[in-house]
Design a protein around this ligand. Sequence first.
Ligand SMILES: [Ca+2]
Ligand SMILES: [Ca+2]
Length: 198
Amino acid sequence: MKCTSFLVACATLSASSAARDAYWSPADGGNGHLYRAIPARDGIIWEDARDLAQARGGYLATLTSAAENDFVFDQLASNASLWTLGTYGPWLGGFQTPGMRDPSEGWSWVTGESWSFTAWGVGEPNDALGAADETFLHFDNVLDTPIPGRMWNDYQNAGGTPVTAFIVEFNTPAPGPLLISTILIGGSVFCRRHQRRE
Ligand SMILES: [Ca+2]
Ligand SMILES: [Ca+2]
């Protein structure tokens, strides 16, 4: 019974790996971090994406340089299947203190890294729905670039078009499809041996 549950759990993990990974190699000038694009077909609010990223051992991606922004966009976020209506791209790890009068003030990264580089789209951030409403960061292209774009928008959770993906960053390589397969195969072997002894 325990073996069955284990294998079902592994199979579920394997099946849910519609996520795509990209490793930013130091040999290519990168930071050695792994990035993962995770689709959420029915839409996901920013806080849930943040919590899921943490539960997986990472964090919503912090794009602190043009090079990192370009890498994550080109390798992962440019996948049109991650965008809603071709306009609303994946959540990122930036958030704003609610209630700021200036839409560009009070932004932070979930990791506490310095907020200096930005890639705001034309006219963004704009608190288009009110100062308390647009406090989360995502890729967006409303006015700036061909679909999809590598620019940012300040956005809100409710009342608008849902965001249907998020990007997770891992400081060290996270368990991927290869490791999950290894666990699954190893578990099968263990269960077969265990059952023979019973
Ligand atoms: Ca980062
Ligand atoms: Ca906005």
